[in-house]
Design a binder for this molecule. Structure first.
Ligand code: F6R
Ligand code: ZN
Length: 195
């Protein structure tokens, strides 16, 4: 971890992997049960456990007052009709927000609250997306052959609740049935107990 103030590059020349402390890679095998077309998922996985997305983190203490930040890269591709996407999560401390700044590419952020509201916002290079407290979030790359690259920042004490999305899914999915991205109800969405 760096001592004292520090800076790093995001502008001209893009981000520099060496400037980050931690590199996380998520592959197809990490997304079991998340894609709608489970047969297409199994077929693809049997061919290759491909890299779906990566996160480069600057290490900071995971405590209130700190800001955790880094870069997320969602690679292009599809599983069946569904675009490559992140797992998605609620923050464990629900009342914590997050900021995303898209550096490169085009996509959607799919979001929902435990109360049942949902939203899909466009991610486009040069635009900032604010994810308010309480909103689960998943980023999706809508492009054919380019990475979706974003800078993110969120409170140090937020934590990640992946379990809720793993078991109940998001209410909305983004599919391409041949005419580009379509936001559809998730037929497998399962409300959690008491939800
Ligand atoms: C952190 C955050 C992002 C994601 C990243 C990967 O709170 O929202 O840094 O962690 O986009 O997505 P997940 O964590 O859902 O696998
Ligand atoms: Zn988050």
């Amino acid at each position: 971890m760096k001592d004292g103030p520090f800076s790093f590059n995001l502008g001209e020349g893009g981000f520099i992997p060496d400037e980050y402390d931690n590199h996380i890679q998520r592959r197809l095998s990490n997304m079991k049960g998340q894609y709608l077309d489970q047969e297409a998922y199994q077929v693809k996985l049997a061919q290759e456990d491909i890299l779906l997305y990566e996160v480069y983190e600057i290490k900071r203490p995971e405590i209130e007052g700190e800001i955790l930040h880094g870069i997320s890269i969602v690679h292009p591709g599809k599983v069946g009709e569904e675009y490559f996407m992140t797992k998605g999560h609620f923050h464990t401390v629900l009342e914590t927000a997050e900021i995303y700044y898209t550096l490169k590419g085009r996509g959607y952020m799919v979001m929902e609250t435990p109360e049942g509201e949902w939203a899909v916002e466009e991610l486009a290079a040069g635009r900032v997306l604010y994810v308010p407290p309480r909103w689960a979030h998943r980023s999706i790359n809508l492009q054919e052959d380019e990475d979706l690259v974003m800078f993110f920042a969120y409170p140090g004490n937020a934590g990640h609740d992946y379990g809720t999305i793993e078991t109940q899914g998001f209410r909305k999915l983004v599919l391409d049935k041949g005419n580009g991205p379509e936001i559809v109800d998730n037929p497998r969405w399962l409300p959690s107990e008491g939800g």
